[in-house]
Design a protein around this ligand. Sequence first.
Ligand SMILES: O=P(O)(O)OC[C@H]1O[C@H](OP(=O)(O)OP(=O)(O)O)[C@H](O)[C@@H]1O
Ligand SMILES: NC(=O)CC[C@H](N)C(=O)O
Ligand code: SF4
Ligand SMILES: [Mg+2]
Length: 420
Amino acid sequence: MCGIGGAWGGRAGERVRRMAPWLMHRGHEGVGYAYMKGGEIALGEPRDDAEGALVHTRYSTSGEYGVQLQPVLAKYRDLEIAVVFNGTVVNYKRLGVESPSFDGDALAKALAREIWERGVEQGVISVYSKIVGAATLLALTPWGLLAVRDPRGIRPLAYRLYGEGVAFSSETVALGGGQEVAPGLAVLYGKRMAFWKIPPGEAKICAMELVYFAHPASILGNRLVADVRRALGRALAEVETHNFDVVAYVPETARTAAEAFAEALGKPLVDAVVKNRFAGRVFITPPHLRNPGDAFRAVPQLVEGRRVALVDDSLIRGTNIRTVVRLLKEAGAREVHVRIASPPVKWPCFFGMDFQTRRELVAHKRDVEAIRAYIGADSLIYLPLEKFRQILGSACYGCFTGEYPVQINVEEAEVSTRGA
Ligand SMILES: O=P(O)(O)OC[C@H]1O[C@H](OP(=O)(O)OP(=O)(O)O)[C@H](O)[C@@H]1O
Ligand SMILES: NC(=O)CC[C@H](N)C(=O)O
Ligand code: SF4
Ligand SMILES: [Mg+2]
C-alpha cells in the first residue's frame, strides 16, 4: 500500500526522515527521499534545512519488486517535479508517457506534462480525469508542496500544521497527531497557497486499511483504527458456534481483534504464536522473499492438549494461516479453530494492494469447507459481510464483493497490471 510523507517549511528534511520508520508497516521494499534546496529538486536523503522534502516506503504493485523507484523525478520542458504516490494506476501505459517503467513513473511524468500545459490546479484535475485506479500523491513543485488525496478517498492522507510549515503523511500516527485530508482535496502549500477539489470526492476508504493495513494508532474516517478492529473482534464472537479452551492469534495485527473476541467470549487470550520482530509483515514481502516458516513459532507449553481458537484479521492467500495452523498442531494443540475478523477475499485489488489476480486468492473457487480443508483447520468461521459492513460503513469492499468504487473490467485489469 506504500507509505508517503512530505513536509514544507522549517525542518522539512528532519520531519520526513523521522516519519519514515512510522510508515514502514505500509511498505518495506525500500525507502526513498527527495528534497528541495535553493529551489533545486534532487533525489536522496534530505538535510535538516531542506525547504521541502518527500519520503516513500514502498510496497510495490507495479514494475519490479524490491527496487527503489519512488520518489520519481519528472521533467517536462523547463518544469521539474518529484512525486511519491500510494495506490495503483491500472491504465498507466495509456497516459501518453513513452515506455513507463511502472505506474508511478507514468503518473509523475503525466502530472509534469499536464501542469506545464494547464497550470497546477487544472493540470491535477486533468491527470485525475485520465487515471483508472486510486492515487494519493505528494509532489515537490517550484511553487511548494502539492498534496492530493485520492478523489474517492480509497487511499488515506493526513496533515499537520506547524508554526513554520506543514507535514503530510499516509497516517496520523506518523505525524504524531494531525487531521485527515478530505477525499478529492488538493492542496498547494509554499510560495503559492491554494486548495481545490477533484471530483467526485466520495468517502470510500479501503476496508482492508481498517482490517490490516493501517497502523492501529492512526485515525481513519474519524475513527481510531484499533477501535474498528476491536468492533470486528466482538462481532466475530457473536457468530461463534464452538467451544474451546484458549484464544490465540496470528501476530501481530490480529491481536486487537483477538483480544476483543476473547473478552466477549470470556476465554483467556494466550501468546501461543510468536512472530520474529525483525521478520516484518509477511503479506507485503515480495513473493520470492516471503517465508512464514521463518517468521512464526508456536509455544507448546501454551497449547498442548488444548482446543485453540486461532484469530486472524484477514485471509488472503493463506500464507500465514496455513503455516500457523501447522505449527500449532505440531506444538500439540488438540484442535485448531480458525476465526477471521473479515469476510472472504474473493476478488483482486487494483487500488494499491498487490493481489491483482483471482487465482492467487484462497477463497477464489473454494467454499468455506474447501478453504478449511486447505488450511488444515478443524473449523473455519469468517465474519459475515453484513456485520462487516455495519461496522465499517461507507468504504471500498471491492475485494470482498467484486463491486468496485471505480468502474473496472477485472479480466482486462488482471492482465494490464502485474497479474499478467
Ligand atoms: O492470507 P495471507 O496471504 O497470509 O494474508 C493475510 C495475513 O497477512 C497479514 O499479516 P502480516 O504478516 O503481513 O503482518 P502483521 O504482522 O501486521 O499481522 C495479515 O495480518 C494476515 O495475517
Ligand atoms: N502500494 C502502493 O501504493 C504502490 C505504489 C505504486 N503502484 C508502486 O508500485 O510503487
Ligand atoms: S479492493 Fe480491497 S484492498 Fe483494494 S482498495 Fe478495495 S477494500 Fe482495499
Ligand atoms: Mg498478520
